[in-house]
Design a protein around this ligand. Structure first.
Ligand SMILES: [Zn+2]
Length: 259
């Protein structure tokens, strides 16, 4: 029979061992279970997916990319061959066979790591579509007629229409910005290189300049909230100039870069 003291010692030793395992190397297996990208995105941006998180499925399909006339050779567009976010079904799809294939060549990395970055990107699209700032969540839940219950239909129809009016370039820019912001978390620094390699294989609307990448590392939280609020609700439109490209306007607002 073990004494309480012995049990306490044993528990301590197990905990210490676990912490040591986590601290060593860039082991993603356990990390990805504790911090699925969708949870991480909600935590960092203080937002909730409403009314529910997207459904996520893995697919064995291996879609191929059909290059457009102006494209460079060898592009691997994230949303064409590695995954997708379907806003009608509110569904994230991961093309797991393609993720495994491209992880091997050209990226020479673990499929889990590439998958993490693809999931981040797709859940970032979902955040723009469905994210609600946690301080506004209560108001949304109570926004029904007295005597009734929360009706998500008006919310979803407003979000769907906002989502479709954003430029494609804004969608991709925001998804990449959100992903990069998550990868500035110290535990995920080891995925930054892979993100940058993947970014080089993207069409130009997915690419961010060095200046932007560096500035995301600094504190841009309040500005991020402002941009997300605009992208999600088109509120406060006055602050986004309409006579320039939406993406340029966002870049200049977030990073004080004059287009
Ligand atoms: Zn995308």
């Amino acid at each position: 029979m073990l004494s309480n003291k012995q049990i306490e010692e044993w528990i301590k030793s197990v905990i210490v061992k676990r912490f040591k395992q986590r601290a060593e190397g860039d082991y993603l297996g356990e990390y990805s279970v504790r911090h699925h990208p969708s949870i991480h995105i909600q935590q960092i941006f203080h937002q909730l997916y409403r009314p529910t998180s997207p459904i996520e499925i893995y697919s064995d399909k291996m879609p191929r990319y059909t290059p457009q006339p102006d494209d460079e050779d060898g592009l691997i567009p994230i949303d064409e061959v590695l995954g997708s976010y379907d806003s009608d079904k509110r569904m994230v799809v991961i093309y797991i066979k393609n993720v495994e294939k491209y992880a091997k060549n050209p990226f020479q990395t673990d499929a889990d790591k590439l998958k993490y970055i693809v999931e981040l990107h797709e859940y970032a699209h979902a955040l723009v579509h469905l994210g609600v700032y946690n301080k506004e969540d209560e108001k949304l839940l109570r926004g029904y007629n007295p005597g009734h219950e929360t009706d998500w239909e008006p919310y979803l129809s407003s979000r769907n229409s906002t989502n479709t009016t954003l430029d494609l370039s804004v969608h991709e820019f925001l998804a990449q910005l959100i992903s990069w912001k998550i990868l500035t978390e110290p535990e995920l620094h080891h995925l930054q290189n892979l993100f940058l390699k993947l970014m080089k294989k993207q069409p130009k609307q997915y690419r961010m300049s060095k200046v932007i990448l560096e500035r995301v590392e600094n504190d841009v939280d309040d500005k991020f909230r402002h941009i997300l609020n605009w992208a999600q609700n088109h509120e406060d439109m006055s602050s986004i100039p309409t006579d320039v490209n939406q993406r340029e306007a966002i870049e200049s607002l977030l990073f004080n870069i004059i287009p």
